[in-house]
Design a protein around this ligand. Structure first.
Ligand code: PEP
Length: 256
């Protein structure tokens, strides 16, 4: 299986800055065939960057989109509009869940719309600090996974990526803590167990599961060697070119 290194730029970079960053990244990176490097710029930059990118080296991801293809939904963009522009879309990021109040029902519709439009969903799931403290992690993971995948058939589950992002480990969260490899391994196992319950053992093994939460060049190697982890979703460190390329080099080193 490929190793996925996904940079989530969130609400950062103008279109011009995003284009310059992409140019530098394309220049810095060889074509690592077994590493899928993906960047998720702000929506307005996706179309121009899609004309600039070399898809052999880097793929583009949206950070979000709406589940209806067209209509009276002021301010939204649709997965049908992303078709051919973005290969991936982050869906259900904790910032969407908690700031923009997206629930599992809406997230499930987005996952379905993404697949229908040939955009691969990166479904984010993860517990809050207090849910972990109250021993609710397993329930939260199950609910978000079952909820988010509720419209994905057996035939389509191979078109989905799961990202485990414990909210307490995301760098922008107040007093963020680093997740330990053991904590991640435990939840990734749980994710695969839940996937196996719904789709069967074989399928569960083949769904890529990424980890995200304060990943940087010094901890990327340890996180990439956690059993069952197939890649990383990176926020803050993906905004700094040297850090992002260091993480990609680390992936190349530890995964080949
Ligand atoms: C994220 O927001 O998806 C994320 C993982 O951010 P960071 O790497 O900054 O913790």
């Amino acid at each position: 299986m490929k190793t996925y290194i996904v940079g989530n730029w969130k609400l950062n970079f103008t279109v011009g800055e995003a284009s310059i960053y992409l140019h530098k990244l394309l220049t810095a990176l060889p074509n690592y065939r077994n590493i899928e490097v993906v960047v998720a710029p702000t929506a307005i930059a996706l179309q121009p960057l899609s004309l600039q990118v070399d898809r052999h080296k880097i793929k583009l991801s949206a950070q979000n989109a709406f589940y209806r293809d067209y209509g009276a939904f002021t301010g939204e963009i649709s997965f049908s509009q992303l078709r051919g522009i973005a290969d991936y879309s982050i869906i259900g990021h904790s910032e969407r869940r908690y700031i923009f109040k997206e629930d599992d029902k809406m997230i499930a519709k987005k996952v379905e719309a993404a697949i229908r439009n040939k955009v691969m969903p990166i479904l984010c799931i993860g517990e809050t600090e207090s849910e972990r403290a109250f021993g609710e992690t397993a329930d939260v993971i199950r609910d978000q996974l079952v909820g988010g995948l509720s419209e994905v058939s057996d035939d389509d589950i191979d078109k989905v990526i799961i990202a485990y992002e414990p909210i307490w480990a995301i760098s922008s969260t107040k007093s963020a803590k680093l997740a330990t490899p053991d904590e991640i391994a435990e939840v990734v196992e749980l994710i695969r167990k839940n996937l196996a319950d719904i789709y069967g053992e074989k399928v569960a093994e083949n769904v890529p599961v990424l980890f995200g939460g304060s990943v940087n060049p010094s901890n990327a190697g340890a996180y990439l060697t956690v059993p069952g982890v197939n890649g990383l979703l990176i926020g803050g460190a993906s905004l700094i070119l040297n850090e992002f390329t260091d993480i990609i080099e680390t992936a190349k080193r530890v995964r080949s």
